[in-house]
Write a protein that binds this ligand. Sequence first.
Ligand code: SF4
Length: 465
Amino acid sequence: MCGIFGIYSNKLNVIESTYFSLFALQHRGQESAGISVSNGEQVHTVKKLGLISQAFTKEDMDSLPKGEMAIGHVRYSTTGSCTVENAHPFAFMFKGTYMSLAHNGNLVNIQELRDWCLSKGFRFNSSSDTELITAMITLSEKDTIEEAIGEVAKRLHGAYSFIVLAPDKIVGLRDPFGIRPMVLGEIPGGYAIASEDCALGVVGAQYMREIMPGEMVVITKNGTTTNRGFEHQDRLANCAFEFLYFARPDSSISGKNLYEARVRMGRNLYREHPVDADSVISVPDSGTPAAIGFSRESGIPFAEGLIKNRYIGRTFIQPDQLLREVGVRLKLNPIISAIKNKRIVLVDDSIVRGTTSKKIVKLLRSVGAKEIHMRISAPEVKWPCFYGIDTESQKELIAANHSVDEIGRILDVDSIGYLSMKGLVNAIHLPKDHLCLACFNGDYPVKVPDTIQRSKISLDNIKSS
Ligand code: SF4
């Protein structure tokens, strides 16, 4: 995860635009936030830990110079711990000029790249894989930043959508598999790049198109140029989890609106796992569109049974187990009249570790649910993600260690049903070979080195050679 945004405009206040766009991307990362701005000669950066609203003070914003180009980032850590050193954008030097880079994704060949940088005499300041990218750009002998990024990109394996801010341009690049999303928009006086199109509308930008897998887009005061020279894959790999959970439902990926895709998942879920019940409730907010789809297909009324405290972050992306557990208790409260003595279909988008689901079922039982039928709008998550999602190792994934029936018993539900792979792909409306489904089937589109298989990738844990 992580959210990235970049803007060039000679009409708008680019710092304010970046600040507000990051609010729209807050769901993609809540651990730190950062903004870099160019005044035409130099790039200045401010970054802090916490939510946007907590991270930046008026003084922080006022400390940035006026300019026409800026980039921003909200972070969710997968590689590297939650420290301000690991926050983005990352400042770096290229040909004697300071620049900055904001990255969404995860590299899988970090050991090899780190060893190479160290052999060239580079000294690292952080444990983020993003510093590897900036280090390699710094070490490049190419003449221009575009050429240097192009050279470095050929050696990066994994998921990467990133934006570089130079004094006079913004360069955006998406990996050849297109694992993480990135879109281009037109804005008064210029252009904007964002992880999701929901961040464009909030600052008055018009969606133009998706940045293609393997495409580099360069924005200057003269307009945009594009280089699709990095497209060399025989398949694409849009992350299926973006469709079912991560990205906002008002966003679109590859032309598919995510709300509609999630409703279709719910419809398919009912067709595959019908049940007789009094009401369909969701685990809000990400399970709600699928619950609505389930309700429409089944004719069972949809009801709000759980109310989410919207001021708590998404528990799945909190960095450690203690925070996750506290998060669940703070996050959801039941509407007792919608649950007591009712046969409930409880729809969620996924079960990863099972800890949250178990607590929710316990909560529903405690207020008198007569039956609880759990329905999941995705297949079982059996494999860890190495491309930017914090699912950690297989031993933590409940479906990697238990059958569906066992999961039902562990969660204490009356029945349980997962959407099939076929049902998921059908609902997304993209060909199967345009999707990464690796956390469901172990078919990793970018080969993951044996040394990091089944463990969390972390430069914190990698010994320098
Ligand atoms: S492994 Fe799963 S979460 Fe990771 S990129 Fe692939 S589909 Fe997305």
